[in-house]
Design a protein around this ligand. Structure first.
Ligand SMILES: Cc1cc2nc3c(=O)[nH]c(=O)nc-3n(C[C@H](O)[C@H](O)[C@H](O)COP(=O)(O)O)c2cc1C
Length: 456
C-alpha cells in the first residue's frame, strides 16, 4: 500500500497560492485553518500531516521575495510541536509529523516535547530530524555562521541516540499508582541514561512515561552523503526530492541499499518523494488552475526564488539564457540544487523556463490532470520503485486538499493502492511499524543510586 501525507501549511504550495480567490481568506496564525486541513486529510485516511520548521525569518535582505512569499520566508509561524498538540485534540488517527532542528536544540528538551506530543495524541507523533538548511538560523543562537554539514549530521546522530535513551527511561507499567500500598511508581522500571558523548552530556531519566509508540516515528530529508547515512540508520520515513522518475528511482535504490547495509528491513522504511498536484475534474481545468497561479508570479520574483532554491544568485544571467553549471556542492539545500542542475542539463531549459517549471511545485515534481491521470502518474512511480508513497503538495487550500481527498484518493483506493481505513490508533499502526523494544542501558550506571533508593 502507498503511504500518503501532506503539508499542513494553510498557505498552499504555489508561490501565488495565497492570492487565489479560493484560498483561505486569512492564513497568518489562524489555528482553525490548520485544524480544518487536518480533519480533511483524516477524512481521506492520509497517513500524516507535515509541518516544516526553521529558526529565523528569511529573505529580509531580498525585499521582492520578502514581500511576495509568505510561506518560504516564515515571517510568522506557530511552533510546530505546540501546533500539533492542538491539532491532536481535534483528530483521532492522522499522524502528526513535524520538524525539529537538532543543531539548535537540546536532546533532553526535545525528547520531552516529542514524548509529550506522543502521549497527547495517543501515539501519533513523528519527528522530522533536520540539521537546519538555512545559514541565517545560526545568528539566533550565538553563532556567526552555519555549522559545517558533517558536524551538523554528527551532532544530529548523537542527538537522536540520546533522545532514544531518554525515551527508554521508564518501562511500560512503571506508574502503578497503587492507592492501597501508597506506591506511585515502580522504581525497578526506571533506568537512567548517563550519556557522555562528543556533543552531549545527559544524565536522565526523562520525566515522561514510556511513549505509546516507544519512540516517535523518525523521519528525515537529507540528500547529501551524511544525510543519506543518517536516514539509513535512523529513519522510518524518508523524504526525497526528484524532478524526474529516473532521479527518484536512483535515490530510492541508493537509499534502500544503504538501509540493507545497516542491517535494517528496507520494506519498513518508507521513501516519500515530494509531488505537487494540480487537480481538475478535467485536464483543462487542471491546466487552467496552473496558468492562473503562474500568471500571479512576477519574473523578478521568479528569478529570485529559483536562485534561492539552487543556492546561487541567477539575477546576473539573461533570463532567457541557460542556467549556469550548478554541480559544485554548497552548504545549503543540496537536494533541490542537484535535481535542478540535472534537469537543466537534460532538457536544456532557460532560467525563465526553469522557474516556470519548478516554482509551481516549489522544487518538487508536478503531476497535473484529472483524477485518473493523477492516479496513473502516482501508480507509475509507485510500481516502478521510485516511491513508497508521496508527500503531496497542494496549491490552493482548502480546495485542493478537498479535491485530493474526494477525487484522487477514491481512485487510488479503487485500484487497491491505498487503504480505506486506518488499521489502528497509532501512527506506527498506520505505517505497519512495530513499537521498538525498550533499549536497556548497558553502561551499568542506570539504576538508582543508593541515596535515591533511600528517598524512594
Ligand atoms: C520535504 C522536505 C522537507 C524539509 N523540511 C525541512 C525543514 O522543515 N527544516 C529545514 O531546515 N530543512 C528542511 N528540509 C531540508 C533537509 O532537511 C535537508 O537539509 C535538505 O534536503 C538538504 O540535504 P542535506 O542537508 O543532506 O544537504 C526539508 C527537505 C525536504 C525535501
Amino acid at each position: 500500500m502507498m503511504n500518503l501525507m501532506t503539508g499542513i501549511y494553510p498557505v498552499g504550495t504555489h508561490l501565488a497560492s495565497w492570492r487565489h480567490p479560493d484560498s483561505f481568506p486569512k492564513i497568518s496564525m489562524q489555528i482553525d485553518t490548520f485544524v480544518e486541513l487536518a480533519q480533511i486529510a483524516e477524512r481521506g485516511k492520509l497517513d500524516m500531516m507535515f509541518l516544516a520548521d526553521g529558526n529565523a525569518v528569511r529573505s529580509m535582505d531580498e525585499p521582492l521575495m520578502f514581500l511576495a512569499n509568505p510561506e518560504v520566508n516564515r515571517p510568522t509561524t506557530f511552533d510546530p510541536l505546540m501546533l500539533m498538540a492542538v491539532v491532536a485534540q481535534y483528530t483521532r488517527n492522522i499522524g502528526l509529523f513535524c520538524t525539529a532542528v537538532t543543531t539548535y536544540d537540546e536532546p533532553y528538551l526535545l525528547a520531552r516535547r516529542f514524548g509529550s506530543l506522543d502521549h497527547l495524541s495517543n501515539g501519533r507523533a513523528c519527528w522530522n530530524v533536520v540539521t537546519g538548511s538555512y545559514a541565517i538560523d545560526a545568528l539566533n543562537f550565538g553563532l556567526s555562521k552555519h555549522v559545517d554539514r558533517n558536524e551538523r549530521y554528527e551532532r544530529a546522530e548523537e542527538f537522536v541516540e540520546v533522545c532514544k535513551g531518554l525515551w527508554d527511561s521508564w518501562d511500560d507499567g512503571a506508574f502503578i499508582e497503587d492507592k492501597e500500598t501508597g506506591h506511585f511508581l515502580d522504581p525497578s522500571k526506571l533506568q537512567r541514561l548517563n550519556h557522555e558523548g562528543k556533543h552531549f552530556k545527559v544524565q536522565g531519566p526523562l520525566n515522561v512515561a514510556r511513549l505509546p509508540q516507544g519512540y516517535p516515528v523518525l523521519a528525515s530529508a537529507g540528500q547529501s552523503e551524511p544525510g543519506r547515512e543518517l536516514a539509513a540508520r535512523q529513519s522510518d520515513v524518508i523524504f526525497s526530492v526528484a524532478l524526474t522518475k529516473e532521479e527518484a528511482q536512483e535515490f530510492y535504490a541508493d537509499q534502500k541499499a544503504r538501509i540493507v547495509r545497516h542491517g535494517r528491513d528496507p520494506d519498513k522504511v518508507r521513501i516519500l518523494p515530494g509531488v505537487t498536484l494540480f487537480i481538475g475534474r478535467t485536464e483543462a481545468e487542471a491546466d487552467e488552475l496552473l496558468d492562473q497561479l503562474n500568471d500571479l508570479i512576477s519574473p523578478d520574483v521568479g528569478v529570485a526564488l529559483l536562485s534561492k532554491l539552487v543556492w546561487s544568485d541567477l539575477s546576473g544571467y539573461p533570463i532567457d539564457g541557460p542556467l549556469p553549471d550548478l554541480s559544485a556542492e554548497v552548504m545549503g539545500m543540496q537536494s533541490y540544487r542537484k535535481s535542478i542542475d540535472t534537469l537543466a542539463k537534460k532538457e536544456g531549459l532557460t532560467i525563465r523556463q526553469m522557474y516556470k517549471k519548478v516554482l509551481p511545485g516549489e522544487g518538487h515534481v508536478i503531476f497535473k490532470g484529472d483524477p485518473v491521470q493523477i492516479a496513473d502518474q502516482m501508480e507509475e512511480w509507485y510500481r516502478d520503485k521510485a516511491a513508497d508513497g508521496f508527500n503531496v503538495g497542494l496549491p490552493v487550500l482548502p480546495k485542493s486538499l478537498n479535491d485530493f481527498v474526494d477525487l484522487v484518493v477514491p481512485e487510488l483506493q479503487k485500484r487497491g493502492l491505498f487503504r480505506k481505513e486506518y488499521p489502528g490508533p497509532t501512527l506506527r499502526d498506520t505505517l505497519g511499524l512495530a513499537v521498538p523494544p525498550r533499549g536497556i542501558n548497558l553502561n551499568g550506571a542506570w539504576i538508582l543510586s543508593d541515596s535515591e533508593k533511600q528517598i524512594v
